[in-house]
Design a protein around this ligand. Structure first.
Ligand SMILES: Cc1ncc(COP(=O)(O)O)c(C=O)c1O
Length: 314
């Protein structure tokens, strides 16, 4: 299947898309987005994603163009048209089209774009390595904005240095990954950063918290100090695309380590520096036993979704 698009009320081929030049999404990054995975033709945790979308829109004052029912219908219709039962749906809402000035009028018509891609990769089978990177994003990370430049650069640095994901650290504390939430196990207790303004409260994170409760795994929603990372028994990440993925290695560059604690003075020549002094901070069994229990419970839920009786047969 080729990817399917939806823009401005129409289903379209991706290469036929034409975004108006003055669309604020691409001129200012003035918009928010969501991403869900489709299993057996059904979106996973869609209503939770729609609630978060609503919160993000309210936060930046864009009216929600659709009700939850309309979004659900649109997403299901897009999946149906794609003919793909294992897929990923990305959609964004931007403030709309207007002459390029920073301030905006409240009468703009929000623009919706959506893509359905066949899903590559398998559930939670691969392992990840992380590169620690300074979390220098703004302090409203809880809003799922399309402004992802710091995340993109952090993930690019991870990739250039042999890791799959960035481990973001702000003022000496781990916040989250470049596009995932991060979890540590210390002595059978799960630790993950609290859902405050410094992380995106992942829908997968919220779901894994429920699974942990069902499995009687104790949880502390507390930030983990960077200094404590070497003592972790297990590390894993969660996101809609990564599901629950074990981490096998955490790396850091000696020159970058100071910036994990405080923002350095001075302006660097590049935000993509060549790293010459990388060391391994942590290695461990991957997936560890707690991670495996959560992966198992997670895939059972996905299987239930795939096995559910189609709504049209009820
Ligand atoms: C910065 C960040 N944190 C966490 C997540 C995980 O969120 P979710 O589980 O809702 O996919 C994402 C997903 O895109 C993300 O970009």
């Amino acid at each position: 299947m080729t990817a399917l698009g939806f823009y401005n009320g129409q289903f379209v081929q991706l290469d036929s898309l034409q975004v108006p030049i003055e669309e604020r999404g691409h001129q200012f990054g003035d918009g928010v987005y969501e991403y869900v995975q489709i299993y057996g033709g059904r979106p996973f945790l869609l209503q939770a994603h729609l609630k978060r979308l609503e919160r993000s829109l309210v936060a930046i004052g864009i009216p929600n163009p659709y009700s939850a029912e309309e979004w659900t219908q649109l997403i299901n219709e897009a999946v149906r048209r794609s003919g793909e039962s294992e897929a990923a749906v990305y959609w964004q809402v931007t403030r709309g089209v207007a002459p390029r000035v920073h301030v905006f009028s409240n009468t703009l018509r929000p623009m919706v774009s959506l893509t359905v891609y066949p899903r590559v990769g398998q559930e939670s089978t691969h392992e990840m390595s992380l590169l620690a990177w300074p979390d220098e994003r703004w302090t409203h990370v809880w809003v799922k904005t399309i402004n992802l430049l710091p995340n993109i650069l952090a993930k690019e640095m991870a990739k250039r240095n042999g890791a799959n994901e960035a481990l973001l650290v702000r003022e000496g504390r781990v916040t989250e990954g470049g596009s995932s939430n991060v979890w540590f196990v210390f002595k059978q207790t799960l630790y993950t950063a609290p859902a405050n303004r410094y992380i995106l409260n992942g829908i997968t994170r919220q779901f894994v918290l429920k699974l942990a409760a069902q499995l009687n795994i104790s949880v502390a929603e507390e930030p983990v100090d960077w200094q404590r990372v070497p003592d972790a028994d297990e590390v894993f990440v969660t996101s809609s695309s990564a599901e629950v993925t074990g981490v096998s290695k955490i790396l850091v560059d000696r020159q970058v380590e100071g910036a994990l604690h405080s923002v350095p003075p001075g302006i660097p020549g590049t935000l993509l520096p060549e790293l010459k002094n990388i060391r391994t901070v942590w290695t461990g069994t991957c997936p560890g036993t707690v991670t495996q229990r959560l992966q198992q419970a997670f895939s059972e839920q996905l299987q239930q979704l795939r096995d559910a009786v189609p709504a049209e047969l009820l």
